[in-house]
Design a protein around this ligand. Structure first.
Ligand SMILES: NC(=O)c1ccc[n+]([C@@H]2O[C@H](COP(=O)([O-])OP(=O)(O)OC[C@H]3O[C@@H](n4cnc5c(N)ncnc54)[C@H](OP(=O)(O)O)[C@@H]3O)[C@@H](O)[C@H]2O)c1
Length: 259
């Protein structure tokens, strides 16, 4: 099969789901896959397909990239909180008519025993901790961690993949550099070691980061949960398996169009 006959797919990634999807498609001779990363992490995970790194230059740049590259299909498998790139992807799919699909993991939902306080964003999460000093596990990543500075009375344990740079202008702060998946045992140990009494998390969904929710439940801790913004308007599926099925369908449509 020549390269001309292959279906070209651009996957917007930066998640474990994008990597798993790419791995499942990597061996298919009828597909030409490119995975796109924003370039936020210093040492990104190994990927099973060719990768490009860096922003496209807004929706306009993404549209040009897709058209000039002759892409047949766009898959948005970015993190549910990567709102800008998803909005751009939806706008570009609409404008160019290139078939598109979003892979969006389901949200976590509170269960019996959870003490959730749901807020809209990181500043609201910090405010929700209240005036009395608390010991806080801040798991929202390095982007936005500086919002903790509005409430310096608390101790913060900040977890991120790369260092928070510049470090927070706080006296009572500690950092842990780590990348999921996390285990329940590990999360309980970490929370107990730092005498954590409140956890701040995005409602990221998925299994890799769920252990902190379980650990907080078992330890009886308050969890401040940052809700997702409404998803960008694009046909979506929740699992890698469902994405593979949908891609099969879209690829056969693209092949028929090309006949
Ligand atoms: N936000 C989170 O909590 C989170 C957590 C884990 C992983 N991630 C991953 O980290 C990346 C950045 O997240 P973010 O929240 O900063 O995104 P964002 O706010 O939606 O995107 C900001 C800009 O970064 C560029 N960009 C984002 N994702 C890209 C991709 N996959 N390929 C090429 N360019 C991309 C785009 O630049 P241009 O407009 O110039 O194209 C976009 O406008 C995403 O790929 C996401 O999957 C995010």
């Amino acid at each position: 099969m020549s390269d001309m006959e292959k279906t070209r797919i651009l996957i917007l990634g930066g998640t474990s789901e994008a990597r798993r999807l790419a791995a499942a498609l990597a061996t298919r001779k009828d597909l030409d896959i490119l995975l796109s990363l924003a370039g936020r992490t210093e040492a990104p995970a190994q990927q099973p397909v060719p990768v490009r790194v860096g922003g496209f230059g807004g929706a306009e740049g993404l549209a040009t990239f897709l058209m000039e590259g002759g892409y047949d299909l766009l898959i948005d498998a970015t993190h549910p909180f990567a709102e800008r790139i998803s909005a751009n992807a939806a706008a570009v799919a609409e404008r160019t008519g290139i078939p598109a699909l979003a892979l969006v993991r389901p949200e976590w939902a509170p269960v019996t025993g959870d003490h959730w306080h749901i807020v809209a964003d990181i500043p609201a999460a910090i405010t929700a901790l209240g005036p009395a000093p608390r010991r806080v596990f801040l798991t929202t990543g390095r982007q936005g961690a500086h919002h903790a500075e509005i409430a310096p009375q608390h101790f913060y344990l900040v977890r991120s993949v790369d260092p928070v740079d510049p470090p927070l202008a706080l006296v009572d702060v500690d950092y842990v550099l780590d990348r999921g998946p996390f285990t329940l045992e590990g999360e309980i140990d970490l929370m107990q070691e730092h005498r954590i009494d409140a956890v701040i998390t995005k409602n990221s969904g998925g299994a890799a980061a769920y252990a902190k929710i379980e650990a907080a439940r078992l330890l009886g801790l308050k969890v401040v949960v940052i809700a997702r913004a409404p998803a960008a308007a694009m046909t979506s599926v929740e699992t890698v398996e469902a994405a593979l099925e949908a891609i099969d369908h879209l690829v056969s449509l693209a092949m028929n169009r090309g006949v």
